[in-house]
Design a protein around this ligand. Structure first.
Ligand SMILES: NC(=O)c1ccc[n+]([C@@H]2O[C@H](COP(=O)([O-])OP(=O)(O)OC[C@H]3O[C@@H](n4cnc5c(N)ncnc54)[C@H](OP(=O)(O)O)[C@@H]3O)[C@@H](O)[C@H]2O)c1
Length: 292
């Protein structure tokens, strides 16, 4: 099992290239001392990696100690996600980023293939293992959102890293058994979307990019009421819940703008009393937030 170096916060670049100001944001992400960067072949149709590559060129290379992690994606037209596609995906990622290797390349959202296809001869996972053996990538991971699927891949024991999103937050603990298994296997654990895709920080009406079931929305309303009662910044509490968990190596936060990037240090440092987290636990286990 190859360990991956991490920072407590990883800067999520899924939105890089979706809004104006991407060049400036890419430069800021690259220079930021807050953490490493998470991107993927298909984020913003490849523009996320391309903007990061351009920022690397502008700065004359990646700053010392900074790591950029990326992910293999299916062919967006055909849905193909076999070993050949993984190799093409890596070539595309390295080309856009202007790099010849990556510290981590993950199998991203393998929804168009079965587990058996992914693991079998000619499949995506044997290709990732071969690329790791060849030294082009330092470590391999499974990065996906359906926790049952993530658990199945984690249990193979062949991955170095797991990334799950929206399922280990102040209001959702679905990923806990999977992260516990990953820990037992010695894997590095990436917990993405600590704000549930935004709602715990910006008050958006969706959770994990989906409409909330009514009982989950009611639970979230109780959490918001507690935060207000305790005068706690819910975004700070949500971030600190993940960063402070012994199950998590790094928390991947979506950074949509310079303003959001600038706010991160104070969210990490803002005082949130332990008793507030105890009060959240006393609400009991959260209801399911979506379909898993
Ligand atoms: N399958 C996968 O591999 C996978 C899936 C999901 C996510 N990820 C990774 O995880 C990262 C994080 O996911 P995510 O962005 O979906 O969810 P998130 O981190 O839970 O939410 C991020 C959003 O919260 C809002 N926000 C951030 N800081 C804020 C602040 N200080 N105040 C108010 N609002 C704030 C921003 O939205 P606004 O600016 O619009 O308000 C931001 O886009 C992604 O970028 C990606 O790198 C990976």
């Amino acid at each position: 099992m190859n360990r991956v170096a991490t920072t407590p916060i990883t800067l999520g670049a899924s939105g890089l290239g979706e809004r104006t100001g991407a060049e400036v944001l890419a430069d800021a992400l690259l220079e930021s001392t807050v953490g490493n960067i998470d991107t993927s072949n298909m984020y913003a149709q490849g523009r996320s990696e391309r903007h990061l590559g351009d920022a690397i060129t502008r700065s004359g290379g990646i700053p010392t100690g900074k790591l950029i992690y990326s992910k293999a994606d299916r062919d967006v037209v055909s849905g193909a996600f076999d070993g050949d596609r993984v190799r093409r995906s890596l070539d595309e990622s390295l080309g856009r980023l202007g790099l010849d290797s990556l510290p981590l390349y993950q199998l991203h959202d393998p929804y168009t293939i079965t587990f058996e296809e992914a693991m079998g001869p000619g499949g995506a996972v044997p290709a990732l293992i071969a690329l790791r053996d060849e030294g082009v990538i330092g470590a391999i991971g499974i990065a996906s959102g359906t926790i049952g699927q993530v658990h199945e891949y984690v249990a193979t024991g062949v991955f170095d890293v797991v990334l799950s999103h929206n399922r280990f937050t102040l209001v959702d603990r679905t990923a806990e058994p999977t992260f516990t298994l990953a820990r037992e296997l010695g894997m590095t654990v990436f917990n993405a979307a600590p704000f549930g895709g935004g709602t715990l920080a910006n008050g958006a009406s969706t959770y994990g990019y989906q409409e909330m079931p009514a009982d989950f929305a009611a639970h979230l309303a109780r959490v918001r009421a507690l935060a207000s009662e305790w005068s706690v910044d819910l975004a700070a509490a949500a971030l600190q819940f993940s960063v402070g968990s012994p199950l998590i190596d790094t928390t991947v936060v979506g950074v949509s703008s310079l303003e959001r990037l600038g706010a991160l240090p104070s969210l990490i440092d803002s005082a949130v009393p332990d008793a507030f987290f105890d009060a959240i636990e006393k609400l009991g286990p959260p209801p399911a937030s979506g379909n898993d």
